[in-house]
Design a protein around this ligand. Structure first.
Ligand SMILES: O=C(O)CCC(=O)C(=O)O
Ligand SMILES: [Fe+2]
Length: 198
């Protein structure tokens, strides 16, 4: 774990979101980025949205300590067993969040053209009020939040190299999030979202 900093709690109605800027040291985050970018069995799934099928605009991989699959946007992901490196990170995240996780979904945004569209993490296998811990490595990307019913409520934060974002409580009921494309010339970003998949 990096230097200890108090998390920044976002003041958004109906959400419980905290941000830990330097969860990992810069150096640990860089070592982990290099390891994961080359050693992960990345794949690009075909997703179905509004009846249309197209390649997902990023690469993904699922890891878990159980066999439970995860389905969203018409795809079903089956998990790999956790590597030593991911087990270590999982433990550090669990200490910071005071929770245990079963699974980790990895996203690899290869450049600014890769993205993640508006959604809530509200699949039934995540349970009623999911706690999701999201570690960011590599290029900084914006993370946008918008309220589902009150369209005047929105927020944007920059997810930095080595940071941890924690979403819990009613967040997924009331808010959607996205990682938009950017026209900036940027390198790759890896995001790891630790979840409980039952
Ligand atoms: O890349 C991110 O920061 C967000 C990923 C995400 O929202 C997801 O995998 O559900
Ligand atoms: Fe998400």
């Amino acid at each position: 774990m990096g230097l200890f900093h108090e998390p920044i709690k976002l003041d958004l109605p109906g959400a419980d979101i905290s941000y830990f800027p330097s969860f990992l040291t810069d150096n640990d985050a860089s070592i982990l980025f290099e390891h994961l970018s080359t050693k992960t069995p990345w794949k690009q799934d075909e997703i179905t949205l509004f009846g249309k099928t197209h390649p997902q605009p990023r690469l993904t991989a699922l890891y878990a300590n159980n066999q439970n699959s995860y389905s969203y946007s018409g795809i079903t992901m089956n998990p790999h067993a956790f590597s030593v490196e991911l087990k270590q990170l999982k433990q550090a995240v669990e200490r910071a969040c005071q929770t245990t996780f079963t699974s980790c979904l990895l996203n690899y945004y290869r450049n600014g053209k890769d993205s993640n569209g508006w959604h809530s993490d509200d699949e039934k296998e995540l349970g009623e009020n999911p706690i999701i811990a999201s570690v960011s490595l590599g290029a900084e990307r914006f993370f946008n939040l918008r309220h589902k019913t009150d369209k005047t409520l929105k927020h944007k934060l920059l997810l930095e190299h080595g940071s941890l974002l924690l979403m819990q409580g009613a967040t997924q009921h009331n808010w959607q999030h996205q990682v938009p494309k950017t026209s900036k010339k940027i390198g790759g970003r890896i995001n790891l979202t630790f979840r409980v998949i039952i």
